[in-house]
Design a protein around this ligand. Structure first.
Ligand SMILES: Nc1nc2c(ncn2[C@@H]2O[C@H](COP(=O)(O)OP(=O)(O)OP(=O)(O)O)[C@@H](O)[C@H]2O)c(=O)[nH]1
Ligand SMILES: [Zn+2]
Length: 206
């Protein structure tokens, strides 16, 4: 069975350009508020460096994410799934501005076309380049895959280590958060239900 694909660019909102001068000036103030001398040798270029990093982080260009190819699934009593796993994505938790290290597994059941494999990783990375929640990142990836694959059967599993839970606060070093988003044939009751729970249990197959 084939469905007509209407591939569009992914729905990652393009952030405005970062005013690096303003960001650097604010970091200079922050260093002063933290009791540092922003003019000392080791710190004098730090505000500009950090401002460059924010621009690199938030102005990330995911590149082309919707290349697809015609593909005939052999239907001799079989079926076909495509799953890319072990995609490591770095993001920032929006509550504490602390690092999140996430491993993503994402898959779909092709319906007449296959998506370029790298596009799954590009979509996953794109969602990391903003202040995030693990759950929102996962749902954004699932939404984009539903759109660009043209398939209703999509699943995403994410395992995350949150520095805000290890380097500060509760200090639950080693805690891993698992989230799973399943659609169509991957949803409960569907033929592939459970598959992503298995993948997630293995740490999104890292
Ligand atoms: N659901 C969800 N929560 C997150 C994520 N990242 C961080 N958090 C949580 O956001 C919550 C913020 O809680 P608050 O009580 O407002 O802040 P806090 O006093 O710094 O909390 P602690 O982290 O418990 O010290 C914490 O429970 C974090 O673990 C995420 O990706 N998803
Ligand atoms: Zn946090």
């Amino acid at each position: 069975m084939t469905t007509e694909l209407t591939a569009e660019a992914i729905a990652v909102p393009a952030p405005g350009r970062i005013d690096q001068e303003q960001v650097a000036a604010l970091y200079r103030q922050l260093l002063t508020a933290l009791g540092e001398d922003p003019d000392r040798d080791g710190l004098k270029d730090t505000p500009q460096r950090v401002a460059r990093w924010w621009a690199e982080f938030l102005e990330h260009d995911p590149g082309r994410t919707d290349t697809t190819f015609a593909h005939e699934t052999l239907h001799a009593g079989g079926d076909e799934l495509v799953i890319v796993s072990g995609i490591v994505v770095y993001s920032l938790c929006e509550h504490h501005l602390q690092n999140m290290e996430l491993t993503v597994a994402a898959g779909y059941r092709p319906r007449g076309r296959v998506l370029g494999l790298s596009k799954i990783a590009r979509i996953a990375r794109a969602h990391g380049h903003r202040l995030q929640l693990q759950e929102r990142l996962m749902n954004g990836i699932a939404e984009d895959l539903l759109k660009v694959s043209g398939s209703p059967d999509v699943a995403v599993a994410v395992t995350g280590s949150h520095a805000c839970m290890s380097a500060r606060g509760v200090r639950a070093v080693g805690a891993v958060t698992t989230t799973v988003s399943v659609h169509g044939d991957f949803a409960p009751g569907g033929p592939f239900a459970g598959l992503f729970l298995d993948l997630a249990a293995k740490g999104a197959s890292r």
